[in-house]
Ligand binder design. Sequence first.
Ligand SMILES: [Zn+2]
Length: 314
Amino acid sequence: MSPLLVLLGMIVTPASALTGQVDAIPIGDSVNWFERVSRGPRPQLRPFAEFRAKRPEKRYSVTVPIGKPKPSVALPRIEGPVDSRLPLVVIDAGHGGHDPGAISPHSGKREKDITLALARAIRDDLLASGRVRVALTRSDDRFLVLEERYGIARRLKADLFISVHADAAENQQARGASIYTLSEVASDREAARLAARENKANVINGVDLGAHSGDVSAILLDLTQRETMNVASDFARLLQREASGDVQFRTTAHRFASFIVLKAPDTPSVLFETGFISNKEDGEFLASPAGQKKVARGVRDAVQIHFARQIAAR
Ligand SMILES: [Zn+2]
């Protein structure tokens, strides 16, 4: 049969032949039928039940075991003088393990390697000052969920938590460092986007490995948290001031957003985006030992002034 005949055959087939027992509307007569029906009593509708598929007799569920963050992740070694009266600074090298972070389009260098090198440089400078104790959340190429990172700081009763990162942007001209502190409301759209990107470190193949607890946001309203956030903001300003001789900062250097890694309610925390590895100059600076030393020097000076102020205020 030619396609045309098939088409004609479909048109002339009475509707009743297609629909079985359903009240058929003879084609060509549908206008009259509609007028008749809309004037007359409503036609009886068949109950829907008989068109429905049978109810499933058994309900199935699939349980996927996911690696919940172990509360007992091994605590890192505290380095420096054995004197618990000295302030403890926890340095967190962003990303690690399967999570490379941003990747430089120029050198192929990965954020996770740069942040680890920076964290080590900062630790060395802080230890050389002899004024503080230091612990690194990771000292090798391993993955930690965000809650484990600040969890380490809390369990060690750290006085300051600094998460070290390097930014990336599509616009390769974008450069400069910035310092982020916690706020439920982001200071600007870019800060919100960055927080969303950094918070994604917890998600692997669509599974969030972080703790799904509401208590963190509840604690946010706590006075302790307010005080913690104020101290963190003070430190962020200080860090910008002390590091700006050696490190180029963005025009608006202190920004706010809801970073999971900054949510320790009792440890003042900042996220230091040390520059853009998507920018050639920034990338080379951050990957070089000389650049890393400069970043470390800025952090060391800010940390020393910060704790001197804290002691003076007591
Ligand atoms: Zn990062």
